[in-house]
Write a protein that binds this ligand. Structure first.
Ligand SMILES: Nc1ncnc2c1ncn2[C@@H]1O[C@H](COP(=O)(O)OP(=O)(O)OP(=O)(O)O)[C@@H](O)[C@H]1O
Ligand SMILES: [Mg+2]
Length: 472
């Protein structure tokens, strides 16, 4: 091997090691290895680029800008580089420069969606900055929220099936990992809560932390990813770091589907990086400690990144579904606990609210209480909340779920659709988004989808009969 070739190989190796550190979120070490790569090969464009990203993650934006510019010098017309420059300037609170670079990125690649979004944001930010003269210096948005939950399973109405599963899969192993291990039960790892909106995934996750009596870190994937490029990784790292510093803890990632999704083919490089980072962080947890638990939540588990599921990181899934009759009854009781009540038939309320989500029921209690309260406020005699008030409220507020279930049904069950083409009718079959294995995995949800969309058409009459007794 010639001397030059040897050099090149050395540089490549330094670069690769740098990337490994980068992916682990160890940006200092990453920079050191990129330094070595650049020393060995001063024309190594990618090393400059990644070192720039690492600097950006360390919030050293001037150095980042210098490196990315060097990259552009070596490899002009690289749209992504201008985009990164734009971000760095944005974080330095220099919107004009940011806009200039986003424009340049778009000039080179007009389909650059992220650059487009960012450009619009930067422009509106600039407008706002004009309105308000004092702008905050480039602060990072809050990416997670740490708290000691003040709720536990006692505050969760009904849902006994989900509670039991969570107790078995999470709480007990977490509270006594040694015992669990002895019996071959895995503690820790990742668990995914899935189910329709408003049925208590977030609420349940928090209560789970409360039940384990540990800290709770609430992170929204949307906020983490929104931030940007290297910053996505950095934010993720921060969340896990916060968990480590505050262990034992439950880290909760809401809106998991926002990380990547199934768009693997067109997934941006950095998003892949973010997913790798996520997996690496989770691996890290496994080897160091057993007292951090990761819970993810989503109402579109089929859109959660395949790599994330394949790796087994979120192999365990728990369905947090529609409240059954018993749960609905408990929900009504819970949300009316401190309100003046007349004679109320809880069972009846539960029966006519089949298909309502937990948060719908919470709303209904509010609606019902509003009626006598308003009357009293307007000078009428104070009276307790009556069954009539509830029924009025229920008639007015329909379940918030039909739309969601409708969409999901189309996506999951597959559907035949009649289309007219060249004057002829054709049946077009839309395939299900789920593979057979996934159908098995999300069976609980699919059952609800089928049931829900089928009985929606039957229920009005039943409700009418129930209501007949209560209308004025
Ligand atoms: N089992 C329950 N007991 C008591 N309150 C509940 C229960 N389930 C849900 N709620 C109430 O409903 C609200 C909405 O639930 P939550 O935000 O947890 O739903 P979600 O499944 O996370 O929905 P999304 O998919 O929209 O994020 C909660 O803030 C809580 O007040
Ligand atoms: Mg939620």
């Amino acid at each position: 091997m010639g001397e030059d070739e040897q050099r090149e190989e050395d540089a490549q190796n330094y670069y690769k090691t740098g990337n490994e550190y980068y992916e682990k979120g160890n940006f200092d070490q990453a920079v050191e290895y990129y330094n070595k790569a650049i020393e060995t090969d001063p024309l190594f464009d990618k090393a400059y680029y990644n070192r720039g990203l690492a600097y950006a993650c360390k919030e050293e934006y001037d150095k980042a800008i210098e490196d990315i510019n060097k990259m552009i010098e070596l490899k002009p017309n690289f749209a992504e580089a201008y985009y990164i420059l734009g971000l760095a300037y944005e974080y330095k609170n220099m919107p004009d420069k940011a806009i200039e670079n986003y424009d340049k990125a778009l000039e080179l690649n007009p389909d650059f969606k992220d650059a487009q979004n960012r450009l619009e944001l930067a422009k509106s930010k600039k407008e706002k900055a004009k309105e308000v003269t004092t702008t905050e210096p480039g602060t990072l948005a809050k990416v997670g929220f740490l708290e000691k939950p003040n709720i536990n399973f006692n505050n969760v109405a009904g849902m006994s099936y989900a509670k039991e599963t969570i107790n078995e899969q999470i709480v007990y192993p977490f509270k006594n990992p040694q015992l669990a291990k002895k019996y071959g039960k895995m503690a820790g790892g990742g668990i995914m809560f899935y189910g329709p909106p408003g049925c208590g995934k977030t609420f349940m996750a928090k209560a789970t932390a409360g039940q384990c009596d540990v800290n709770f870190i609430h992170a929204r994937i949307n906020e983490i990813v929104d931030m940007y490029a290297g910053n996505t990784e950095k934010n993720l790292h921060r969340v896990f770091e916060t968990a480590r510093k505050n262990s034992p803890a439950v880290v909760f990632f809401d809106e998991m589907e926002a990380l990547g999704g199934k768009r693997e083919a067109d997934m941006q490089g950095f998003q892949k990086m973010a997913i790798n980072q996520f997996l690496a962080e989770m691996d890290g947890l496994e080897s160091t400690t057993e007292n951090i638990l990761v819970i993810g939540a989503t109402n579109a588990p089929w859109d959660v990144d395949a790599a994330m599921k394949r790796s087994g990181r979120f192999g365990k899934t728990i369905y947090v579904g529609l409240p059954d009759k018993k749960s609905r009854e408990a929900l009504f009781k819970l949300y009316c606990k401190n309100r003046p009540l007349g004679r109320v038939w809880w069972g009846r309320l539960a029966r006519v609210t089949e298909g309502y989500s937990s948060s719908d029921i919470k709303q209904l209690c509010d609606d019902a209480a509003t009626i006598p309260w308003k009357e009293a406020y307007e000078g009428k005699k104070e009276r307790p909340i009556s069954m009539r008030d509830f029924m009025k409220a229920i008639r007015k507020r329909k379940s918030s779920l039909p739309e969601w279930f409708g969409t999901v049904r189309k996506q999951l069950v597959g559907k035949k659709e009649k289309v007219v083409q060249d004057g002829k009718e054709h049946w077009v079959e839309h395939e299900s988004k789920l593979s057979p294995e996934e159908k098995q995995l999300y069976n609980d949800l699919i059952k609800d989808v089928k049931q829900y969309t089928e009985w929606r058409y039957k229920i009005p009459r039943r409700i009418k009969v129930e209501f007949a007794k209560w209308v004025f």
